[in-house]
Design a protein around this ligand. Structure first.
Ligand code: HEM
Length: 70
């Protein structure tokens, strides 16, 4: 029943986009008008996903440290 597959496919796409949200900024023209270059062809989706994980990891570490010093 193809109609039942569509919502699941949509959900998979949403989850993939959430997981890779930074690619929307880095690999598209979304911020071009504000002066941020489009890095498609320079960075791969995989690299941007890794950059995102690095940034998130650093943010989590800083947050944990701030919590510990209170
Ligand atoms: C891998 C490297 C980079 C990442 C991950 C990144 C990420 C981002 C993100 C997430 C935003 C949106 C921030 C928001 O929501 O307000 C942003 C904005 C921007 N980025 Fe980048 N960026 C990168 C490299 C660069 C480079 C090399 C330049 C300049 C040559 C640049 C210039 C800008 C500018 C001008 C904006 C818009 C700032 C504004 O709101 O006026 N970015 N960047």
């Amino acid at each position: 029943m193809p109609n039942q597959i569509v919502p699941q496919q949509r959900r998979n796409l949403v989850l993939k986009t959430q997981k890779m949200w930074l690619t929307l900024y880095v690999l598209t023209d979304a911020l071009k008008e504000l002066g941020m270059p489009n890095f498609s062809g320079k960075l791969t989706e995989d690299e941007v996903t890794k950059i995102q994980a690095f940034i998130q990891g650093t943010a989590d570490a800083v947050k944990a440290q701030m919590g510990a010093s209170k």
